[in-house]
Design a protein around this ligand. Structure first.
Ligand code: ARG
Ligand code: ZN
Length: 879
């Protein structure tokens, strides 16, 4: 019997949650692996919840059922039903053993969910991806995270074709079989949900390191990759060791198996996956070497390695009761990963990077038809909910909780959380209760943050009473949506500055600030006054320091006040933030052709920072960068992305003029004198500022900047400098661009990750020419819709990373996306659905583009046989 996948778009609701009627206590899997066909026998020991009277029903999709037996007896066809996506079996009792054998077709699996082939039939290897609901594509199972089972896995395969056989858990024997075959067994002592199952089989090389945990457990760390990539795994190994140490020190969490495997694949839908004892990574989040990896990518590799490792506790030891709780593991783990990266690198720069991402990816999501709470109330396809809201906003919520409890209190709370929930499938309520109970405080008001979509607005007004030496700060919150919403707890970290740029000691309700003279006030009502005493002259408030809550701050600063904070705020994040606010106002000066007060203040403040030797080069580079096109669009209605691009260019040109070609040139040359490829903070910072100086110089003297860029491209000691130079040449349409592109294409012909950047750079050509270029690049021999990274590099970079190119007024960009989605959807629904979110926000485009986008989406929606993934996204976007 062969089941057809069912395209049900029925909504799954949080409010319908029921504990499982059946559990699987132990599961024994026995695989016969092959590229075209793999077969697998599964033996499940079943447990029934005596309080429920439901028949046995197991998930299972696209499985070719070869045999089925219950308690040792083959079942007649009348005793079970397999249609659509579920298997129903009659006669099962508590303690029954169900045995099934199924056939899978890995090489034909282009969706990259379940068991699939990475690479070519001849040289590639087999692997699995199960989160969220991939295990049901491998065998019949209660495929839900609140069913935790003990796994024993045996893999059998031809030794020459599959010399390496890996599964999660500890190794438990291996040996030879007849006919050149061999076997390996793995037993995982920790009960786990099915989404954490994994196997890998094929020709892989490894690097190894011995590690001893703080508790004294000896662990073998092994990173696996194909032969041509194994030399690029050393950085990840170092990052893994740093992550393990950090989790021991920061959270007291030790690793709990004898081996820890990490595998790199070029064919992966997401970034990486925390399978128990066998993490699997998209190669772009694991491989690194100076010749093909930029500084930003190095930091990303470090962060993702840490993220997946940290999941071993926040995700695996304590997992989610259901997928509505996804942020319980993802928001928490992103927060842990961010804290780790801040400790390993520069904390303020990391905060700037994280908040920029939140604004670029999550705020637009939260402001449009795809908005959903961090804990969604319903979904049709769970894979559509691995979003910036669940991950990034989720991390911001944990950060607020951590801030409210303080360092020691948060650690106490996390200890309590792990202790109480170890081995369990938990909810966000369990999380808040553990944190609160360990600190004798009630955190349930924070639940409101998890239940409502939309970015709250925080308005701030200050009044100074010169006679009483009082400063009253009025804070108020508003969220668009139903009026009945309870107010959110919003922690606002703040400081007050004199007009000379000094911070005032704070006196509030008997509290006095300690150094560095900042306090956190908690807004818990719709509106509240905070009265500071002993304030002699009217101060300038620095609010939401470190971005203490994920809100949009509205405060009527004058340009001079923002310039004061930009010049003097010691909180690196808020200094940058003042600059961003001021730049946005400067942009409005240009757009509305109003008095250029903000433009002037911004340029002057940056000109003096440019000459201030005490500012870190990397922070300076960020200060010299105005908000991106997506963020600027967020502040508008009737969006014209091409005009936004042009205005932002003008804005940067004004800044460049103020700094002057000579100064930029000198700075560039001084920085270019350092040619190290080291990854230390200073070297990275120099490369970052050098790039910024070159980009600004381009706006003043493009021939000279292109000459420098072409030379930099040729002599670059590493990818950071090479890609920066190439980008300047390509975006600037320089005459030197085609030679550099040709050189790059040849140089990296065999390096997929480097080649991705070649596609992406060109897909981001500004304005009308981008589309032609994309069409041309689609015909490159290296382009394929089957590889998610390549799709992301070309189409993703075009529709998401190039607003002025994608949003053509003739609508050709929209039609291209819609057409490619219909093709991509038949291959890989998850990747298609993610790409389709580029249509988000079309309602706020100016009328011509809005109509063109609407027509393209409607046309796409009419297409027959779209996946549930894509159907759900299009349906929401059209709303
Ligand atoms: N849990 C993975 C992470 O660390 C993400 C896997 C999601 N995969 C998917 N197909 N939805 O973030
Ligand atoms: Zn994760």
């Amino acid at each position: 019997m062969h089941a057809l996948p069912e395209q049900s778009t029925a909504l799954i609701r949080l409010s319908d949650y029921r504990a499982p009627a059946w559990r699987v206590e132990t599961v024994e899997l026995d695989f016969d692996l092959g590229i075209d066909a793999s077969e697998l026998s599964a033996r499940l020991l079943l447990r029934r919840d005596p309080s429920q009277n439901a028949p046995l029903r197991l998930d299972g999709e696209n499985l070719q059922l070869l045999s089925i037996a219950l308690d040792g007896r083959q079942l007649p066809a009348t005793a079970y039903r397999y249609a659509g996506n579920g298997l129903e079996v009659d006669g099962a009792r508590d303690g029954s053993v169900l045995e099934t054998r199924v056939r899978l077709r890995p090489a034909a699996n282009t969706a990259l969910e379940g068991l699939y082939l990475s690479g070519s039939r001849e040289a590639g290897f087999l692997l699995t991806q199960c989160e969220a609901e991939g295990f049901r594509h491998i065998t019949f199972f209660t495929d839900r995270p609140d069913v935790q089972s003990r796994y024993s896995v045996t893999l059998r395969a031809d030794r020459a074709r599959f010399p390496v056989l890996l599964a999660g858990g500890n190794p438990d024997g291996s040996g030879e079989l007849e006919g050149g075959r061999h076997w390996a067994r793995f037993v995982d002592p920790h009960p786990k949900p099915s989404y954490l199952f994994a196997l890998v089989a094929g020709r892989l090389e490894k690097i190894e390191r011995d590690y001893v945990t703080a508790e004294g457990r000896a662990v073998q760390l092994k990173i696996w990759a194909e032969a041509d990539a194994i030399d690029r795994c050393h950085y990840a190994m170092d990052a893994l060791e740093r992550s393990m140490r950090w989790d021991e020190q920061a959270y007291g969490r030790n690793y709990d198996l004898d081996v820890f495997h990490v595998v790199a694949t070029h064919d992966f839908n997401m970034g990486a996956m925390e399978n128990k004892g066998l993490n699997i990574f998209n190669a772009k989040c694991l491989l690194a070497d100076p010749d093909s990896t930029t500084d930003d990518e190095y930091r990303h590799v470090e962060a993702v390695v840490a993220h997946e490792y940290f999941h071993n506790w926040s995700g695996n030891r304590v997992t989610c009761r259901d997928w509505f709780q996804l942020s319980l593991k993802e928001g928490l783990t992103v927060f842990r990963e961010q804290s780790f990266s801040a400790d390993m690198n520069s904390a303020p720069l990391k905060r700037i990077e994280d908040v920029s991402l939140l604004r670029r990816a999550q705020f637009p999501e939260d402001a449009g038809p795809l908005a959903h709470p961090v804990r969604p109330a319903q979904y049709s396809e769970i894979n559509n909910f691995y979003t910036a809201t669940v991950y990034e906003k989720g991390a911001e919520l944990v950060r607020m909780l951590a801030g409210a409890l303080g360092k020691n209190g948060f650690r106490r709370g996390m200890d309590r959380y792990f202790e109480r929930n170890d081995g369990r499938a938990a909810t966000l309520e369990n999380f808040l209760a553990a944190l609160g109970d360990a600190n004798g405080t009630d955190l349930t008001p924070y639940l409101a943050w998890y239940g409502q979509a939309g970015t709250p607005r925080l308005s701030a007004r200050g009044r100074h009473d010169a006679a009483r030496h009082e400063y009253t700060l009025t804070l108020a919150q508003h969220v668009a949506g139903p009026e009945s919403r309870p107010p959110l707890p919003i922690p606002v970290k703040l400081a007050l500055f004199t007009h000379h740029g000094d911070m005032l000691p704070l006196h509030l309700d008997g509290q006095t600030s300690k150094s560095p003279n900042e306090l956190v006030v908690a807004l818990t009502q719709a509106e509240q006054d905070f009265v500071f005493t002993d304030v002699v002259t009217a101060p300038v408030p620095s609010l939401l320091r470190g971005f203490s809550a994920p809100v949009i701050l509205e405060c009527e600063y004058t340009p001079d006040e923002l310039a004061l904070l930009l010049a003097h705020d010691v909180d690196g994040f808020n200094r940058w933030e003042a600059g961003q606010q001021l730049a946005a106002r400067a942009y409005e000066n240009l757009r509305d052709d109003t008095s250029a007060d903000a433009l002037h203040a911004w340029c002057e403040a940056l000109a003096s920072l440019f000459d201030n030797p005490s500012i870190d080069d990397a922070l300076l580079a960020d200060l010299l960068t105005p908000p991106g096109e997506v963020e600027l669009a967020e502040r508008e209605t009737a969006i014209d992305p091409q005009r936004i691009h042009q205005l932002r260019q003008d804005l940067q040109q004004r800044l460049a003029e103020r700094l002057g070609a000579d100064a930029l040139h000198r700075r560039y040359q001084a920085l270019a004198a350092h040619t190290s490829i080291e990854l230390d903070a200073l070297s990275q910072a120099r490369r970052r500022l050098k790039r910024r100086a070159l980009e600004l110089l381009y706006l003043l003297d493009s021939p000279e900047a292109c000459r420098l860029a072409a030379a930099q491209y040729r002599s670059a000691p590493g990818m950071t400098d090479r890609l920066a130079a190439l980008t300047v040449l390509v975006r600037g349409n320089a005459t030197q661009a085609s030679a550099a592109l040709l050189d790059y294409r040849e140089r990296y012909a065999d390096n997929a990750l480097a080649l991705d950047k070649w596609f992406a750079v060109q897909a981001q050509l500004p304005g009308e020419p981008a589309l032609e270029r994309v069409l041309l690049l689609e015909r490159d021999a290296a382009f394929t819709l089957k590889n998610p990274n390549r799709v992301q590099a070309l189409l993703g970079a075009f529709v998401r990373g190039n607003p002025s190119g994608f949003h053509r007024i003739d609508g050709a960009g929209y039609r291209l996306l819609a057409e490619r989605l219909t093709k991509l959807d038949t291959l890989n629904p998850q990747v298609a659905a993610r790409l389709a979110t580029a249509f988000n926000g079309w309602q706020r485009l100016e009328p011509l583009r809005r109509e063109a986008a609407r027509a393209a989406i409607v046309e796409l929606a009419r297409h027959d046989g779209l996946s549930r993934n894509l159907t759900e996204i299009i349906g929401s976007v059209l709303n």
